[in-house]
Design a protein around this ligand. Structure first.
Ligand SMILES: [Ca+2]
Ligand SMILES: [Ca+2]
Ligand SMILES: [Ca+2]
Length: 227
């Protein structure tokens, strides 16, 4: 061992003593600081409590005020909604007046125009489109019954002109098997003639539809859905 080098264990002891001394000083300083802090905070504490209470009171006041004013826009919203509903009802009433005065029939959220003259399927559809409607789309048994009550041959908005055998409504939707009312044996493109347009025909039964040649002259029904 080199005698010039300090004894390691002696150095360590010195470091430990120094560290303990420093710790004691720090601890004492901390105690004093804490006591000073406690003492010094004693007196202003009451003021602080009062300040806090006042602050809380003011916050409550502000909350009350903002509660009132935040309540007001809710009433405004209610009034806005009611006004909007009223205006919608007015618009519906106007539409109802307009169509009934024009002789349209109302049934389950739709108006129906029953033609009194006969036209081809295409011309019938054009007439409906000019009226802001379209040929009737039959969406339910009830709607089919509604059309059947007139006991007349009507064009309906059903065609397979695009693809033979694929029946589509005028809005482009495919005919669903659950709401189709073809008469037994229909559609049949009778004697291989090109029957591409749907009509109501067999009034005596629920399944009353037939496919017919589109240039044929028929009465027709327009439908205008009410939003
Ligand atoms: Ca319909
Ligand atoms: Ca066909
Ligand atoms: Ca047919």
């Amino acid at each position: 061992m080199d005698k010039n080098l300090p004894d390691a264990s002696a150095t360590n002891r010195k470091l430990v003593v120094l560290s303990l001394g420093l710790l004691c000083i720090l601890q004492a300083a901390l105690n004093i600081s804490l006591r000073l802090a406690l003492y010094s905070s004693d007196a202003p504490d009451h003021d602080a409590v009062i300040r806090n209470l006042k602050e809380e009171r003011d916050q409550l006041k502000r909350k009350l005020n903002t509660f009132d004013s935040s309540d007001a826009p809710d009433y405004d919203a209610v009034i806005r909604n009611l006004t909007e509903e009223r205006d919608q009802l007015k618009r519906k009433l106007n539409i109802f007046d307009h169509y009934t005065q024009e002789g349209w029939r109302y049934f389950r959220s739709s108006f129906y125009f029953i033609s009194s003259v006969k036209k081809s399927w295409g011309d019938s559809r054009d007439d409906c489109l000019q009226k802001g409607a379209d040929l009737v789309i039959i969406n339910s048994k009830e709607e089919n019954e509604f059309t059947r009550q007139f006991r007349r041959l009507f064009w309906i908005g059903l065609t397979d002109t695009e693809t033979e055998g694929t029946w589509k409504w005028v809005d482009g939707t495919l005919l669903s098997t659950t709401t189709s009312y073809w008469h037994a044996g229909e559609p049949n493109s009778y004697f291989s003639t090109n029957e591409d347009c749907g009509e109501t025909k067999f009034h005596e039964v629920e399944d009353n539809w037939n496919d017919e040649k589109c240039h044929w002259q028929n009465f027709w029904i327009c439908e205008k859905k009410v939003a």
